[in-house]
Design a binder for this molecule. Structure first.
Ligand code: GLU
Length: 467
């Protein structure tokens, strides 16, 4: 049997982290079994579904690299198919037209509730005859027995059929209902494993009964627990970024988010870091935990730092490029982004920060960091800056080694410590008191750029002396 899984989001909002984790688990399971992963957009709720949400979901999936083998299917394009099966069930006496008015349904509901019973359709039209007037179509749920689900995560779940309603499968306006569409889709698309949020667990026995009535195979199920915020409450917008693309905007690598999400509920021993290949190799539905997992931003940041430092630099550059562009920094002139990343990687938590602290490689800094300038660009630094400029100018081969030697020689000649030359030079060249080691930093600039910035610093010192 070829494993086929699916991710079936409703496009009523962006792709949030809970959805992304479900998609990842579903995707991983398909990959781990050499199977197929289907993407299906469940857009039957026309009022709440939007094209913007569809685009956001596709964008999120693509950014995470969760590519689909089949789809995206859209339920709104499949109404004829669903109606065909509604008619089939009707013809076989497995579904029936229900003419009960809203008033009647409200009335029985009130009575049942007053009697302390669970509200449920009383089955009046189950054996009724054709009449004129509006009707919905209901599925004849079995009256006896029970539905058993051997859930990969939650174990055996048994629901008595007496608990289940005769579900409406087609509304008065002729539109098939959500649960029915899911059933037909899962069957048509050959889904063997349904991985979805635990909020759908109540739908599962109803869907299984319909599948059985159609003579369709019943897939296996894995209902994933929800994600809580770090305060133990259901994850929501209050907890900061919950849309996947917000993490991109905040400077996270997809590799970090995927690694974070896979561990949020699934484990393989005590391993924390997983390459995609390892995730695929070790993933199993049965190792997903039952309890809800709490989101931990610090851990995500830790993983992001890890991946910024350890992924091939070209891969980091691919994602970092976007952040430079967002910040209006043109990297087409100046040092190769890879080189900048290789010296800045262990100084940042996010790619956004990386771009922020690296702008001086590509453009003139707007102004000197006030504190650093005050501290390091003092009149005593004038001589050091002038001398180091001359020494840098005489370098024929602009390498970190030669730059280092020039700074050294300046300090020796002036009989001061390296810092007395290095710090003013750092502030002059980068505009701030923080940068990677000065020789490798300057190596990525040109002598002309450094000289011009030294002049600017000298002007600052001169102004300071005059004022
Ligand atoms: N469309 C549903 C949702 O977004 C998922 C349904 C399913 O996976 O069966 O919650």
């Amino acid at each position: 049997m070829t494993v086929v899984t699916r991710f079936a989001p409703s496009p009523t909002g962006y792709l949030h982290v809970g959805g992304a984790r479900t998609a990842l688990y579903s995707w991983l399971y398909a990959k781990s079994q050499g199977g197929k992963f289907v993407l299906r957009i469940e857009d039957t709720d026309i009022e709440r579904s939007t094209q913007a949400a569809i685009d956001a979901i596709l964008e999120g999936m693509e950014w995470l690299g969760l590519s689909w083998d089949d789809g995206p299917y859209y339920q709104t394009q499949r109404f004829d198919r669903y109606k065909e099966f509604v008619q089939q069930l009707l013809g076989e006496g497995k579904a029936y037209k229900c003419y009960c008015s809203r008033e009647r349904l409200d009335q029985i509901r009130e009575q049942q509730m007053a009697a302390g019973q669970k509200p449920k359709y009383d089955g009046k039209c189950r054996h009724g005859v054709e009449q004129d007037g509006d009707y919905v179509i209901r599925f004849k749920n079995p009256l006896q027995g029970s539905v058993v689900i051997n859930d990969h995560i939650r174990g055996k779940i048994e629901i008595a059929n007496s608990e289940l309603d005769d579900l409406i499968i087609q509304r008065t306006d002729g539109v098939p209902t959500y649960n029915f569409c899911v059933v037909i889709d899962d069957w048509d698309m050959g889904i063997t494993h349904v991985v979805r949020g635990e909020d759908h667990i109540n739908n599962t026995p109803r869907q299984i009964n319909i599948l059985e009535a159609l003579g369709a195979p019943v897939p296996e199920y894995a209902h994933v627990s929800m994600i809580l915020g770090d305060d133990g409450k259901k994850l929501s917008k209050r907890h900061g970024a919950v849309g996947v693309m917000q993490y991109r905007d905040d400077g996270f690598l997809p590799q970090a988010l995927l690694n974070y999400l896979v561990r949020l509920g699934w484990s393989h021993g005590d391993q924390e870091i997983f390459s995609l290949e390892e995730m695929i190799e070790y993933f199993s539905l049965d190792d997903i935990g039952q309890s809800a997992s709490a989101f931990n931003t610090d851990k995500l940041i830790w993983l992001n730092q890890h991946y910024i430092k350890s992924l091939p630099v070209a891969e980091v550059a691919k994602h970092a490029q976007w952040h430079f562009e967002q910040q209006g920094i043109d990297t087409s002139q100046g040092p190769a982004l890879e080189k900048v990343i290789s010296i800045q990687a262990d100084r940042v938590k996010t790619l956004k920060e990386l771009a922020e602290i690296s702008s001086y490689f590509y453009q003139e800094y707007d102004q000197l960091d006030a504190n650093a300038a005050k501290k390091h660009l003092r009149p005593v630094a004038q001589e050091a800056l002038e001398l180091v400029k001359t020494k840098l100018q005489s370098i024929t081969d602009w390498t970190a080694e030669n730059i280092h030697a020039a700074i050294n020689a300046t300090a020796e000649q002036l009989e001061v410590g390296m810092g007395k030359v290095g710090m003013p030079l750092r502030v002059a060249a980068t505009g701030s008191g923080n940068s990677p080691s000065l020789d490798v930093t300057l190596e990525l600039l040109t002598f002309e750029q450094v000289a011009q910035r030294i002049d600017k610093a000298l002007k600052y010192i001169a102004n300071r002396t005059n004022s």
